[in-house]
Design a protein around this ligand. Structure first.
Ligand code: 4AD
Ligand code: MG
Length: 466
């Protein structure tokens, strides 16, 4: 007999077929008429399927009547039309095999609702809940859309290193990678380390971005993208920051900031449209059960059908200054916008995604193209309601002299970036790219309030459990 997923068994066309369902019990109810209803879920979809177990089954008294939430079973039988509400089908079982019990006295996921905080402590079990199953499926759909979007446009998928010696964003928030024995070093109270004894012969770190390496491939092959894990040792305990997160970084040669904005907008719209199209049941769940105003689906549809606002930083500052809004951080030209400012712009003022561009050069990394005003760089941030910054990118500085002087301004060692500056020495071209934080986009698509709940095992300050 063939295996059949709960998802496939729940559709009308399955009626009449024989098969084997496998999954984890959500509930068991015994009827007075001498049979039981067992609801199982196997992760293939949001909904469960009901299995009817009659008392004539050989293990009915010895096994089936002891099934509780979390037990794992296989059920063989025929898919029938269901008389029950909210379900088209059910299975009439001819055999039920019990694989593992889950003691109801200590299995954590009993029927009662648990807080997201509590579920984080059970990150190994939370994928068995409706919410985390749905997050996993939507996240998977988004990853698939990402690859499809770029593959259809003939971008090459390039894998950039996880370990690097360069600090792309220049913020110094990097995790050092070493094979030196830190405990021994501490005992010897060595004041100056000799990196000749370390694995890479020089200080090395987990990457904060694959951009610099992606640029080398774009400046040879035209259109590329990376998609991998990145690491930031920033000590921010917010609902939008992780120490380990996934980033998609497209990079395009012979492109400027306008091309970059067009790409970013089309990219986000594609992700939203695919989630709505392919994850209907899960999106309904997020709309009804997670989104505070139950307007998630409508919002996402609205965004895919309209244009993003594009606004220079300088004008955004004017909007904020004229807003009569009390901010914790006062606004003036030159400041790095805080999340309260970004959220005001996208949630209250424009009420849609906003692309801010041409930021002051003093608050942005060395690699961004300098405008003629010598005050701003061709940076862009895409802001969305509820989440704030979802994409950060720029046109890159492709003029060797300007780049080197920017590096010196930011006290970078120009020699160490010899390979990066070589791209400007030999056949330099205007080019541009950006980074999309995967978890931020999953947050936006699902309305999940905390970024720790859209990645299977969040890494945050003080927390590397699992
Ligand atoms: O704006 P960021 O720092 O840009 C870069 O790293 C560029 N090198 C990208 C490029 O041009 N190729 O980061 C890009 C995005 C942010 O907009 C945000 O969505 C996400 O990465 N991000 C984080 N997500 C979760 N936790 C963090 N600590 C994040 N820091 C950035
Ligand atoms: Mg940024």
């Amino acid at each position: 007999m063939d295996k059949i997923s709960v998802k496939d068994a729940r559709v009308e066309s399955a009626i009449g077929s024989q098969g084997i369902l496998e999954g984890w019990v959500r509930t068991r109810r015994d009827s007075k008429a001498g049979f039981s209803f067992i609801e199982i879920n196997d992760g293939s979809c949001q909904g469960n399927i009901q299995i009817i177990a009659e008392a004539t089954l050989e293990n009915y008294e010895s096994g089936i009547k002891h099934l509780t939430a979390g037990c794992s079973i296989s059920a063989e039988g025929e898919i029938k039309e269901s008389g029950g509400r909210g379900q088209k089908t059910e299975m009439l079982a001819t055999r039920i095999t019990i694989h593992g019990l889950a003691d109801p006295d200590d299995y954590p996921l009993q029927k009662k609702r648990h807080s997201m905080e509590k579920l984080r402590e059970w990150a190994h079990l939370r994928p068995r809940t409706n919410t985390f199953g749905a997050v996993a499926r939507v996240r998977n759909c988004i990853c698939n859309s990402i690859h499809q979007f770029y593959q259809e446009r003939e971008f090459l998928y390039v894998n950039t290193p996880v370990i690097t010696a360069s600090d792309c964003e220049g913020a110094g928030e990097m995790f050092q990678v070493t094979t030196m024995k830190l405990d021994d070093i501490a005992k010897q109270q060595i004041e100056k380390l000799n990196y000749r004894f370390d694995f890479f012969d020089k200080p090395s770190y987990l990457t904060v971005s694959g951009q610099l390496e992606a640029e080398t491939y774009a400046c040879a092959l035209g259109k590329v993208y990376t998609f991998g894990p990145t690491f930031r040792a920033e000590n921010s305990n917010t609902s939008r920051h992780l120490a380990e997160f996934w980033m998609v970084e497209p990079e395009v040669a012979f492109a400027d900031l306008n091309d970059n904005m067009d790409l970013a907008e089309a990219f986000l719209k594609r992700i939203f449209a695919d989630a709505l199209k392919k994850c209907g049941e899960d999106m309904e769940f997020f709309n009804e059960r997670i989104d505070e105003t139950k307007s998630l689906i409508e919002r996402l549809k609205g965004i895919t059908d309209s244009e993003f606002v594009r606004l220079p930083y300088t004008e955004a500052v004017e909007v904020l200054e004229n807003s009569n809004q009390k901010f914790d951080f006062p606004v003036k030209w030159g400041i790095d916008l805080q999340s309260e400012h970004e959220r005001f712009l996208t949630e209250q003022h424009f009420k849609k995604p906003v692309i801010l561009f041409d930021y002051p050069k003093t608050i942005k990394p060395f690699y961004m193209y300098c405008n003629d005003d010598d005050k701003t760089v061709r940076a862009m941030d895409v802001l969305v309601p509820g989440v704030g910054e979802i994409i950060g990118g720029s046109q890159r500085e492709h003029r060797l002299d300007v780049l080197e002087s920017r590096m010196r301004d930011q006290e970078l060692n120009v020699e160490e970036y010899w390979w990066y500056t070589d791209l400007r020495r030999y056949g330099t071209v205007p080019h541009a790219g950006f980074g999309l934080g995967l978890e931020r986009v999953v947050q936006f698509v699902t309305s999940m309030a905390n970024i720790r709940d859209v990645i299977p095992f969040p890494r945050t300050p003080g927390n590397a459990e699992f």
